[in-house]
Unconditional design. Structure first.
Length: 371
């Protein structure tokens, strides 16, 4: 198999294979990929070098919130020991994004050594509003990683789709941890869990067990409560788990919650799903409130929305619940059969808490695609 014959350990290509690749590199080309964002049900919060999670996480892959990236590559005529790329966001050069990509290239170079042989132009755009407070790192890094692996694939007809997905997820992880969960769908798992075969800290895998039809086509409507810059970057946030008084217990709890979610996905028990998912969201924020320095990333409107959801659930038979990222926006998760009633509820009661009344309707999706 390609992986075993051409990689030694950890996705690295063998020296022999690298020289074969380098002899056959295409001189120029263009690859476009679209890759979605994802929303974690069991949260990744805490990592160790390099980009390895302290606990396993599970997410719904989204559908509408995507990054579309075109990578144009041209073989260099003069050797240089540096990466060379231009970066355009929505048609305009964006210098402040370059250090993140430079770091990404440095981290992945050992696995895709041919990237130093090319000059790249990276053109990217998001389907969601730029300043929506929605992290574009998951969709952005997974899209770029996919374009790079697609160059390798061009040289290697033998590389299977599964191997391609694994390597892409592996590289995406080195750009942004949660990005490794965006490549496939509708549910992915990242991080070793003793009850989940083939689970690994190195890349995400498609959730391997049965999922009840109650969770098919699940909806995620993102209420944009605060569209400003993140108060604390994820990287800084993850660091706060080092020496955090509750860290060890939290990592254990996340693994237990994965076990719970596995049986919930099988049985279709949405009430139990709500309990795990909302508890995960609040625990993530509790970790930030109890670290040093401490942060409150919710806004008053975040809390108002949560209370409204709880009231609504009490007063109706709705299975609507919420989850949160490391920010003030609220993700509303609900079964497909409630899509009209929940939309009514949002318009009637929740829109007032959204900045400029904005929200994004999304649902679970199937992952990245080459175009
Ligand atoms: C709260 O993946 O953005 O969204 O690995 O530093 O890029 P880096 O962090 P990132 O962290 C995401 C954290 C989270 C939870 C989650 O998506 O699991």
């Amino acid at each position: 198999m390609y992986l075993y014959s051409n990689y030694n350990n950890n996705m690295k290509l063998s020296a022999q294979f690298v020289s074969k690749l380098e002899d056959n590199l295409p001189s120029t080309g263009k690859i476009t990929c679209k890759s979605p964002s994802n929303i974690a049900l069991i949260k990744y919060w805490g990592k160790r070098p390099v980009q390895l999670p302290e606990n396993p996480s599970i997410s719904f892959t989204l559908d509408t919130c995507r990054t579309i990236t075109t990578l144009t590559y041209k073989k260099r005529t003069v050797f240089s020991d540096d990466f060379n790329f231009e970066f355009f966001f929505e048609g305009k050069p964006k210098e402040d994004f370059k250090p993140k990509i430079q770091k990404f290239f440095q981290r992945i170079e050992g696995y895709v050594p041919f990237i130093k042989q090319y000059d790249f132009v990276i053109e990217t755009e998001n389907t969601f509003p730029h300043s929506s407070g929605i992290a574009s790192s998951a969709s952005g890094m997974s899209a770029l990683a996919y374009c790079i692996v697609a160059i390798e694939k061009e040289l290697n007809a033998e590389m299977t789709q599964r191997e391609m997905m694994q390597k892409t997820s592996f590289l995406a992880r080195l750009g942004s941890g949660s990005a490794c969960r965006s490549l496939e769908g509708p549910i992915t798992l990242w991080g070793y869990h003793k009850e989940i075969p083939n689970s690994t800290d190195e890349y995400a895998i498609p959730y391997p067990f049965e999922v009840h039809e109650n969770f098919q086509n699940y909806r995620d409507t993102i209420l944009l409560v605060d569209k400003g810059e993140k108060q604390v970057s994820s990287t800084v946030g993850h660091d706060l788990m080092h020496g955090h008084p509750f860290a060890a217990k939290r990592f254990e709890q996340a693994s237990e919650n994965i076990t719970k979610l596995t049986s919930i996905f099988k049985s279709g028990d949405i009430d139990a799903f709500i309990e795990v998912v909302e508890s995960e969201a609040l625990t993530l924020h509790a970790m930030m409130m109890t670290s040093l320095p401490y942060f409150i990333l919710m806004k008053p409107n975040t809390l108002s929305i949560i209370n409204k959801i709880w009231e609504y659930r009490k007063a109706s038979k709705s299975k609507l619940c919420f989850t949160l990222d490391a920010g003030a926006n609220v993700h509303l998760l609900y079964p497909e059969n409630e899509k009209e009633t929940v939309l009514d509820f949002i318009k009637r009661e929740l829109v007032v808490y959204c900045q400029k009344g904005q929200y994004i309707c999304d649902k679970v999706g199937l992952g990245a695609q080459l175009l």
